[in-house]
Design a protein around this ligand. Structure first.
Ligand code: MSP
Length: 511
């Protein structure tokens, strides 16, 4: 039976339009989902929108629309953005769907039946922007006396009856769990951060609100709606059919990887496993967190007017070019700066010069000097073998990087082979062999075609459309592009379509 693999993105708040930060987490998760599919897994890839809570309720009120109509519109826009960015999700979760309300009510009941929920009174700080509670000690007092959360979000004093989750009781079990599962939180800097947060002691968590009503009702407690993070996190099991364990997708739980931003690691690595353990459900295998994209070195914000619209970037530079840039430019877990200059340089150097030229030079020589048919290999030289060995070893290397979400290192491994192939073509000079040794020329071109095929096959998850075109030109059958088929040789003598450049240089339009 095919092994199941479940990947999720965060579900996005529908309080405003999607931006490049949202697209980034989704594209990274998409790359892993596509990679796993090509590697033979039965993948379930989930994304969607987080539609309840005070922040969304306030945004709807500011827009003068009822919350459901408001969320319908923004959720549809997030979905259109995900489609436009090539995010190949299998299900689009919306937390206002009936299936989710039912699932949350059941989760609540199970935690309650376990004795982990009690009624109390919450009095403390709350940041609507983060939808998070903060202790006094975490806040910064501004000169005007106002307080802000570590994220910079303003906080307000909240005083209301509330149900609590006995998070404090889970401290030791969480620490034991992190210790037994060293790969649960990535990167390791985040694991250390989470571990020391939990070691510092956990307070019980307020999990219901009474001062507004845009949320999922607490079962049997009129006036209480669930804390939006309990509702939101639970989307990951709703999508598997919870509480119906006979549902077709139940077999995907527990998730293999939750992709999240570094801002929401605590919710996923502390609260979520505690809720699940309390409900008697298996916990996810890994939570991997991405760093932030800064715009020309500055944090993106509506007030600075530097928020980047992902669809606009794809329109200007090309979708695959942007997907490649986002994965290649910075380590996944680290912060990085987005600038037009950096994008242009990746397009013109990595894509146009290194990869595009390699394919174009090779394929135009095949078209011109081999009658447009795939040449066969002749006697093997040491130079051929070196390149061949590097190409053969690539899948295992890249797979390791995708499994660890070190995407930029995986791409660097692929580019090492591309650069080696460029060195090989220069040394072997097949254009010169055309006059002296046609058999050797054919052999050199075939080594190159086989190498480019490996590269293009492994790059499909990052640049699906461009690599489909490149594989077409290499004569790789459409149903033979999975990783297992890399072992099936291309047919000698098959006719190849006329070559066409896949990566044009980006030339700045005249101002
Ligand atoms: N709704 C919650 C998540 C609930 S998951 C059960 C939420 N939504 S969000 O819309 O505010 O942000 C979601 C994610 O978008 C962040 O965690 C992060 O992954 C991504 N990003 C938002 N801005 C970003 C950048 N500037 N750069 C990189 N990623 C960022 O939090």
């Amino acid at each position: 039976m095919t092994e199941k693999f479940y990947i999720t993105t965060p579900i996005y708040y529908v309080n405003g339009a999607p931006h490049i930060g949202h697209a980034y987490t989704s594209i990274a998760a998409d790359v892993m989902a596509r990679f796993k599919r090509l590697d033979g897994y039965d993948v379930f890839f989930l994304t969607g929108t987080d539609e309840h809570g005070q922040k969304v309720e306030q945004a709807a009120a500011a827009a003068g629309v009822d919350p459901q109509t408001f969320t319908d519109g923004i959720s549809a826009d997030f979905r259109a953005m995900s489609d436009a960015m090539g995010v190949s999700y299998d299900d689009w979760m919306r937390t206002t769907q009936e299936r989710h309300k039912m699932s949350c009510a059941e989760l609540w009941k199970r935690i309650e039946a376990n004795g982990d929920i009690y009624l109390g009174h919450y009095e403390g700080w709350y940041a609507v922007r983060d939808e998070a509670f903060y202790d006094e000690g975490e806040l910064t007092v501004r000169p005007d006396g106002s307080r802000v959360a570590p994220s910079g979000a303003p906080v307000e004093w909240v005083k209301e009856p509330s149900y609590f989750f006995k998070l404090s009781a889970w401290q030791d079990r969480l620490l034991a769990f992190y210790q037994e599962n060293p790969d649960f939180i990535a990167p390791s800097s985040r694991r250390n951060e989470v571990t020391s947060f939990v070691k510092g002691g956990l307070l019980d968590l307020s999990i219901s609100r009474t001062t507004f009503n845009w949320g999922i009702p607490v079962p049997g407690a009129p006036g209480h709606v669930m804390y939006v993070w309990l509702d939101a996190l639970n989307n990951y099991v709703t999508a598997c059919g919870f509480p119906d364990e006979a549902a077709p997708r139940w077999g995907f739980w527990p998730a293999d990887v939750h992709f999240v931003g570094k801002d929401i690691i605590r919710f996923h690595a502390v609260y979520w496993p505690a809720f699940l353990m309390a409900a008697g459900l298996p916990v996810p295998k890994r939570v991997t967190s991405n760093g932030w994209w800064l715009m020309d070195g500055e944090k993106m914000s509506k007030s600075l007017g530097n928020v980047v619209e992902p669809r606009k970037l794809a329109e200007i530079f090309g979708l695959d070019q942007i997907r490649y840039f986002l994965l290649r430019e910075k380590p996944f877990g680290a912060d990085g700066s987005l600038s037009h200059q950096a994008i242009i340089s990746r397009i013109n150097v990595d894509l146009a010069n290194d990869l595009g030229n390699l394919a174009q030079r090779t394929l135009s020589l095949v078209a011109r000097n081999c009658g447009g048919v795939l040449p066969a290999r002749g006697a093997v030289t040491a130079d051929d073998t070196t390149l061949q060995v590097a190409a053969d070893g690539l899948l295992a290397l890249v797979r390791g990087h995708v499994d660890r979400q070190t995407f930029h290192d995986g791409l660097e491994e692929i580019w090492k082979v591309i650069r080696a192939a460029n060195g090989y073509i220069d040394r072997q000079a097949p254009w010169a062999l055309n006059k002296t040794d046609k058999v050797r020329m054919g052999s050199v071109l075939r080594v190159l075609v086989d190498t480019i095929r490996v590269v293009a096959t492994l790059l499909q998850p990052v640049m699906p459309d461009s690599m489909a075109r490149m594989l077409d030109q290499l004569g790789v059958p459409a149903d033979g592009r999975g990783f297992a088929e890399l072992g099936v040789p291309l047919v000698d003598g098959q006719a190849l379509p006329p070559p066409q450049g896949v990566f044009p240089r980006y030339v700045e339009p005249a101002a």
